[in-house]
Design a protein around this ligand. Structure first.
Ligand code: NAD
Length: 732
């Protein structure tokens, strides 16, 4: 079966239709590329063909490259993976350049055949690089369609000519948001932004494409960069205006990425160096930078976690084999910050919601949260007034438990208190049928203990959302000791409905995400107590790719929450509690009313409007900075290992059963250095032997919390990686 079909009509217009069999979205494979090459060749050499329309047989044009292809190219290269990848990329350049030149005489630029891309819907990655090589891009007016180059989001960059062509088409400054941030546009915005040429009614797409092909002149086929007089819009690097752009972009990218993302650096290199040379040389330069990115372990790890494994988890890689559990009616108890957020995402996904609180005004406030988010959407033109009315109509705010009748899933988000939660559980049990699954959104209380209040513990589960619910993509599903498969499937199907990414973990203190993030915050605070310069702590974290330093993070999540968690943990652990030194600092901050961002005072100082100004200067008075400061890498190792060792222990303890969930959960849940692909990928990048060496060194200086887990030591001895060792246990 072929990915492309070819037909010529009576007017001599050939149509190449992309329609990969058995897939809902076209993705480009190596064999697909070879096929496309043959069909383009056929159209260009057939004297009866006047021009070519390139379109799709599906509702969208294409989702991009099949990223597994890249791994395959590397593998096929044996001892010379870089050469194999480079050669493979150059073949792609050859095909796209053939489309662009379309058989024209290279000297006179005459005699080519017009090739138009007709996009019915979404066109991403190679699905947009291909149209960029055509002579005209026409898109159907389909507001749901997304057009752009999102490669940077998974750790690579547009490497099939997209980088070189877009910069030459619109200039480096204008191309920056599309290349560096992976900005996507609907067809009308894409037209306004200069990405595409025309937007037409969907039923006119092929008619207009054909009309353009038949009316095209020689000059319409020549790309500006193939003309002798070509000048880069906005100026090339040695032009005064271009100089400003390139210097500025360099600083901006390094400021945002802290230099830890190889793809951002390589992209800048390709753009800058490419801008200094003729087009075909620029493509070779792009291919060299692209190859270096594809061979960088960070890129492979990012692709694996953020693309391949994230998608696998969303598609139910760890879903028990029970019948479909799609949620029809959801009950939420507790309409506070979390309950209100959950109501919004569920109603937005088309689920009917009953939102209960102890008092009617509290329930109404919870519903009003959805209203305000929808209003913001209307302001940004992402939501229509009709859509707002529809979503709000799905949320019933009440105090009456009888309204829960018919709910197949309940999410409890009341106060973090065992007794309050137990009472609510009993009331829900009385108001719902035997098939209803009950989920708690607790962040700290053991699921198996909470389940004791339930009449149906096998139907009791944890569904742990992160705040703010509408923005955070991860949902942690927690299996209690008695939780049955049906409840797990229900939770997974619910997460699929609201289009978030699930991980499923077993019940243990702080589950997975909080278990790893709390030691990170604590290590930062501990360093303050030791006299490590606070700016060194914060910058060390950012320079290793953490989105927030530990002190900023605790300010954001609130210092009193930290105090509450510390007190509860101390109570539960007794003499074994290891974080006394941390508490001294944390409790002193709370005693002074420095509760973090919410009180406009914390480890940072804030202005009256709540804007963060800088580290609080009172910190130094309370915790004098030591004369001798640790090396940057030592601080980074402490901050990373504090998190990573918990992830390894969670795997050893059976809290995590799949390292893919450990990696994806870490990046989406608390922003663990995304360039690394997650904690397990990071350990694989540095190697178990080096990890052991780091841990042994830290243990000798700082104590038992850095002790090497037995699993890691064994892996170092055997020379194993996590992804090889656990490949047979569900991991990719
Ligand atoms: P919140 O204080 O904003 O909201 C709690 C709501 O529950 C309030 O509106 C309260 O009136 C209501 N409530 C209390 N007792 C009730 C009862 N008996 N019946 C009905 N309603 C009752 O708290 P929140 O931040 O939304 O947290 C709720 C739960 O989610 C907690 O278990 C918390 O640990 C967990 N959680 C919080 C976060 C976070 O970042 N805030 C993150 C993940 C999980």
């Amino acid at each position: 079966m072929s990915d492309f079909s070819y037909a010529v009509d009576g007017d001599g217009v050939a149509t190449i239709t992309w329609d990969v069999p058995g897939k809902s979205m076209n993705v480009m494979s190596l064999s697909g590329f070879a096929e496309l090459n043959l069909l383009v060749e056929m159209g260009l050499t057939d004297a009866d063909v006047k021009g070519i329309i390139l379109t799709s047989g599906k509702k969208d044009f294409a989702g991009g490259m099949d990223l597994n292809v890249i791994a395959k190219m590397k593998e096929d290269g044996g001892d010379e993976p870089a050469q194999a990848v480079f050669d493979g990329v150059m073949v792609m350049h050859g095909v796209l350049r053939k489309i662009e030149r379309a058989g024209m005489d290279p000297k006179t630029l005459k005699g080519g055949k017009p090739i138009v891309a007709a996009l019915p819907g979404t066109a991403l990655g190679i699905g947009f690089e291909l149209p960029l090589s055509c002579h005209r891009i026409i898109a159907a007016d389909n507001p749901k369609a997304k057009i752009g180059l999102p490669e940077i989001m998974v750790g690579i960059f547009p490497g099939a000519g997209g980088t070189t062509r877009l910069v030459r088409k619109m200039g480096a400054m204008m191309a920056a948001p599309y290349l560096l941030e992976g900005k996507l546009s609907d067809p009308k915005s894409a037209r306004a932004g200069g990405l595409i040429d025309e937007v037409v009614a969907p039923d006119q797409l092929l008619i207009r494409a054909k009309e353009w092909v038949l009316g095209a002149k020689d000059a319409d086929l020549v790309k500006p960069w193939d003309e002798k007089s070509y000048k880069m819009p906005g100026g090339a690097p040695y032009h005064p205006a271009g100089f400003m752009t390139f210097v500025g972009a360099n600083a901006m990218v390094h400021g945002k990425t802290m230099g830890v993302y190889p793809a951002a650096k390589a992209l800048l290199g390709a753009v800058y160096e490419g801008a200094l040379v003729p087009f075909d040389t620029a493509l070779r330069i792009e291919a060299r930078h692209f190859t270096s990115v594809l061979l960088n372990p960070s890129s492979s790890a990012m692709i694996r976690s953020l693309f391949i494994n994230k998608e696998a988890l969303e598609k139910g890689a760890n879903r028990p084999a029970v019948a479909d559990q799609t949620v029809r009616k959801l009950g939420i108890i507790g309409a506070g910050m979390m309950g209100a957020g959950i109501a919004y995402v569920a109603a937005n996904a088309g689920i009917e919601v009953v939102l209960i609180d102890a008092a009617q005004d509290a329930a109404d406030r919870g519903r009003a949260h959805s209203e305000s988010l929808l209003d913001k959407g209307i302001q940004r033109r992402k939501v229509t007034p009709e859509k707002k009315a529809e979503v709000l109509a799905r949320i019933t705010a009440t105090t009456d438990y009888a309204a829960l009748s018919g709910c197949d899933l309940i999410v409890e988000a009341v106060f973090e208190d065992m007794k309050v939660k137990a009472e609510v559980t009993a009331r829900v049990d009385a108001a719902t049928g035997p098939d209803t699954v009950f989920a708690t959104n607790t962040s700290t209380l053991p699921i198996s203990d909470l389940a004791k209040a339930s009449a149906r513990p096998e139907q009791f589960i944890g569904i742990h959302f992160f705040s703010p619910v509408d923005k955070m993509m991860l949902v942690e599903i927690i299996r209690g000791k008695a939780t049955g498969d049906l409840a797990v499937a229900k939770a997974l199907d619910f997460v699929r409905q609201i289009r978030k990414t699930p991980i499923v973990v077993n019940d243990a203190r702080f589950f997975y995400a909080n278990r790893c993030i709390i030691p990170y915050i604590n290590e930062g605070i501990r360093m303050v107590a030791e006299g490590v310069e606070p700016a060194l702590i914060e910058n060390a974290a950012k320079l290793v790719g953490m989105p927030l330093g530990p002190l900023q993070l605790v300010d954001e999540t609130s210092i009193d929450l930290g105090v509450k968690i510390a007190k509860a943990t101390r109570l539960a652990m007794g003499a074994a509690y290891p974080d006394g030194a941390v508490d001294t600092v944390l409790f002193a901050m709370a005693d002074q009313g420095r509760l973090g961002k919410k009180s406009n005072a914390g480890f940072y100082a804030y202005d009256a409007a709540g804007k963060r100004e800088g580290l609080w200067d009172g910190l130094e008075a309370a915790y004098p900075v030591a004369k001798v400061q640790p090396a940057l890498t030592e601080v980074q190792h402490r901050l990373l290992m504090a998190q990573v060792l918990e992830a390894v222990r969670a795997l050893e303890d059976g809290v995590l059963t799949d390292i893919r969930e450990g990696d994806v959960g870490a990046i989406l849940g608390w922003g663990f250095a995304p360039w690394s692909g997650g904690p397990f990928s990071w350990l694989d990048i540095i190697g178990a032997a080096q990890a052991v060496e780091i841990c042994d060194g830290l243990t000798a200086t700082y104590g038992a919390r850095f002790e090497t887990p037995a699993l890691l030591r064994e892996m170092a001895e055997k020379g194993q990686t996590f992804y090889a060792r656990f490949a047979d246990r569900k991991a990719a």
